[in-house]
Design a protein around this ligand. Structure first.
Ligand SMILES: [Ca+2]
Ligand SMILES: [Ca+2]
Ligand SMILES: [Zn+2]
Length: 316
């Protein structure tokens, strides 16, 4: 069902041609992992909010939310913008493996987690680019768990995900739970919009699932600078992809991110796929470009995240 590690690595680093070359036979059936899984698609409230796909991925982008939730997310309640750095988010890492962690592996992961926290905080502090906006959010590592379970390590949305989260999730809507595992099909990570999972007894589904090797020092090449967690946390705070709704005016519901027709990969300088003013926001954390290319949130995104926090998470 899963591609081998080598194949997955080729998929992540080799681009579209490698998907075909490295075994369409094993990649294509497993494409159900993210978006095409019938169980996931059939039940809107279980659909991953949004993922981050590596170039060449055959996984489909899932729906952000059903039409019944559109009102809630498109017209989010306008609240007073929280001051920069005023919200500290307790952050817990759940490390998954298919074999017992050796002391050396644990030490390596701990180093990567520490580096990841720096990347996350720099990214939400506006320190990663000259025109990057600061945000209300800072993140504090409050715990790390270590679990050996091969089904949870080779994670995909659905039953194993539920079992894993029921067993491991801690805190309330203010706590960021990060599950560092392995994911097939060039899916780097996925998470859920706030609120969607904090109603109807589904709180336990909240959190970010990502490939552990996306952390700084990982072995995924262009995708190992830690920006997958930055991106997924953006979704956790109700940000949509910058390419959402293509060139349509509503786009990602953020005014200062220029519209773009498609997800961009690599780092296509000067791309301009919509006639609306502004080049494609290829440097935005909410596009699909490689880690060395994405380096900023806009003030409008910071405001939307602030509003989402007040509306959906601040009260736990
Ligand atoms: Ca926009
Ligand atoms: Ca344009
Ligand atoms: Zn995404």
């Amino acid at each position: 069902m899963h591609t081998s590690w080598t194949q997955r690595l080729a998929l992540l680093t080799g681009g579209a041609a490698m998907v075909v070359a490295s075994g369409a036979a094993s990649v294509v059936p497993a494409a159900s992992a993210l978006a095409a899984s019938p169980a996931v698609q059939a039940c809107a409230e279980e659909a991953p909010t949004e993922a981050r796909l590596a170039r060449g991925s055959s996984a489909k982008d899932p729906e952000l939310y059903g039409s019944t939730d559109a009102k809630m997310y498109e017209g989010m309640k306008n609240s007073k913008r929280l001051p920069n750095g005023s919200v500290t988010v307790p952050t817990v890492f759940h490390m998954l493996s298919d074999h017992a962690f050796s002391a050396a592996e644990k030490a390596r992961w701990q180093k990567m987690i520490a580096a990841q926290m720096v990347v996350l905080n720099d990214s939400y502090s506006g320190k990663t680019a000259k025109d990057a906006s600061d945000t209300p959010f800072r993140f504090k590592l409050t715990g790390t768990t270590w679990t050996v379970n091969s089904a949870w390590y080779n994670i995909e949305p659905g039953k194993p995900e539920k079992a894993m989260k029921k067993a491991l999730k801690v805190g309330d809507a203010r706590t960021l739970n990060v599950y560092a595992a392995n994911i097939a099909d060039g899916v780097l990570g996925w998470s859920y919009f706030p609120k969607k999972v904090t109603t109807n007894g589904r709180d336990f589904m909240d959190g970010v699932v990502m490939i552990g090797e996306t952390m700084p020092g990982g072995n995924l090449g262009d995708y190992s600078e830690g920006d997958t967690l930055t991106h997924e946390t953006g979704h956790w705070l109700a940000l949509e992809h910058t390419f959402e709704n293509g060139c349509k005016k509503k786009g990602d519901h953020v005014d200062d991110t220029p519209a773009e027709a498609v997800a961009q990969y690599n780092c296509p300088d000067g791309a301009d796929t919509c006639s609306a003013p502004g080049l494609d926001p290829i440097h935005n954390f909410m596009d699909y470009t490689q880690d060395s290319c994405m380096n900023m949130f806009t003030p409008g995104q910071a405001k939307r995240m602030s509003d989402a926090w007040v509306a959906f998470r601040a009260n736990g």
